[in-house]
Each structure stands twice: as C-alpha cells, then as structure tokens.
Design a protein around this ligand. Sequence first.
Ligand code: ATP
Ligand code: FE
Length: 338
Amino acid sequence: IYILAIESSCDDTSAAILNHKNVLSNITASQKIHEEYGGVVPELASRAHQQNIVPVVHQALNKANIDKKLISAIAFTRGPGLMGSLLVGTSFAKSLALGLDVPLIEVNHMQAHILAHFIEGQEDGIPEFPFLAMTISGGHTQIVLVKDYFDMEILGETLDDAVGEAFDKSAKILGLPYPGGPLVDKYAKEGNADAFQFPKPKVEGLNFSFSGLKTSILYFIQKETAKNPNFIEENLVDICASIQKTIIGILMDKLKKAVKQTGIKNIAIGGGVSANSGIRNALRTAEKNRGWKTYIPKFEYCTDNAAMIGIVGYLKFNEMDFTNQSVSAKARYKITQN
Ligand code: ATP
Ligand code: FE
C-alpha cells in the first residue's frame, strides 16, 4: 500500500509517500517570505503553496522512486489551519484523487501531530494505549488522553497563547527573526538558566496560560534596556536560557499533574515545540527519575510535515475510512472530531 500525503495548513508545503508505516519520502518547502513580516501572512502563504505544491509532490514521488499509478490513496490535511492554505492542499488532493481514481482520506492536523509516533523506525518505538500526549505547537497547547488512534479526550489546554507563540513572541521582544522558537533554543544551550526569574502563571487544573509570561518578559526587557541599552546583546544567551527554563517548567508541572490525576505514565509529545532541546531533556530526566515511558518524535516529524499526515492516512486506509469529493477544508477543527 502506497499513500501519498499532502500537508499545507500553515506556511510549509509538504508531500510524503508512505509504504505502510514506512516513510519513503517526506519533502517540505518552507516559506522564507514571512520572515520579513515577523509572522505568517495568510495571503502570501496561500500564494506560495500554490507555487510549491506541484514541484513538492513531484519531488516526493521521485525520491520514493514510485510511479503515481502505484498510489493506493491520497491523504490531505483538512484542518485546522489557515483557510487559504488549507484550500490549496485540499483542492489539489481532490483533483489528483479524481484523476488517479483512488480514494481520498481527510486528516486532522492535530491528530497527526500525535499519531506521528506510529511511523516506523523511531527511537522510542510505538506508544501503548492509553497514553498522554502533550501537543505543543504554533497554534496549540493541550494535554490529550489518547485511548485509541481516533479516540482522544482533551484534559487541558491553553486559555490564551500557544507555547510556540510564547517562544516566538519572546524572541520578537529580543529582536530575533521569525520564527524565533528554534533560535531561543539555540542560544539557551549556551546560557545560564538561573540568571533571571520570570513568574509562572497560576492556572487551575490542567489548563495553560502563556500571555502573562510574554508581558512580564516585555516589561523586564523594557526596564533593563532603559538602564543599559546593550542589555539584550550582553545577556542574550542567559535571557534565552531563563525564558526556556520557565516555559519548560510550566509544561512539566502540568504533565506531572496529569500523570498524578490519571495514573498513566506513558507520555508522548507532538508538534513543533517537541523539537525543543529543553523539553526533550526534561522528558528524558522524568523517564529516569519518575519511571515514565516517554515518546519523543524524530526531529523531522515535530514541525509540520506530510509524513505525519501519511501515517494517519495509512491508519484510516486500513479502516476504509474514506471521504468523498464534496469534502471542504475546515479552519477550526478540534482534535476530538474525526
Ligand atoms: P498547529 O500545529 O498548532 O496548527 P503550526 O502547525 O503552525 O501550529 P508547528 O509547525 O507544529 O505549528 O510548530 C511551529 C512552532 O514550533 C513555532 O512556534 C516554532 O517557533 C516552534 N518551534 C520549532 N522548533 C522549536 C524549538 N527547537 N524550540 C522552541 N520552539 C520551536
Ligand atoms: Fe502543526
């Protein structure tokens, strides 16, 4: 069985070919254009998807070295995401499925961030149900109870900003280019994480909040640069390390609470922020000290990619869970909706 998968929910155009649970190719065209605007510009994103989608699909087929006539089904991201971006992938997938006369499979992007763990060949193997998944990305921060592939329950989520946004907005305050998350991570590795203290939000239960942190970082930087205009330059690595430590602390506190509440110690992470070295190290430490079994995705399956759409496509193909040509993109799409 060969699945062709297409992802276009935000600013990455990606196509992948899977043979069962094995990834044969996973090609992503990232859009540089948004850097100069300090964030994703939806209109420009859809235009770039339009330009990239055919070459990206061709490259995926070439790299996998299979003819398109061998494709068994086409999986695509139906949502959530930017409407204009989703429309490009959705329309392309529908047309190609019609042309090749193969079934069409719709995929929920957030389910895919979690189900990426079922792709063959990852260090931690395949998670056993039930497990807890923490989705940490540019648009989401959730703790999800995963009872089966398509049986998920949200135990907690952010009340305001997503954790990826917290990274990106902090980076912006420091004058770093978009997306700043990976840069904060890079500088944090060289800095002293105890140099500066930022308050952690007090949020009930398993919910999160990150907007207060952003504000306190902004005030702190304004106060310090008023005293010393070179404050950021002189302390960049320490500031980044301290911010990262605070964010990871917030995430780990809630995870510990979720484990206590559910008694489940199988923990998976998914989404762009799972690429962060701080959260990866914190989970490995918890694995040793707390007896958790942790699942950390391969780097290429953390940020947006079509391979994760392909694995969901494969799982749905097995259940003959197909959609039809009247399907349309869905910008708001809960992880609990199948
Ligand atoms: P969603 O999946 O919620 O729809 P998205 O698809 O836009 O949102 P992802 O591609 O999953 O988001 O993740 C992108 C986010 O991950 C960005 O905010 C980016 O800064 C962050 N990110 C990526 N790598 C790192 C890293 N090493 N450290 C911290 N943040 C990171
Ligand atoms: Fe994503």
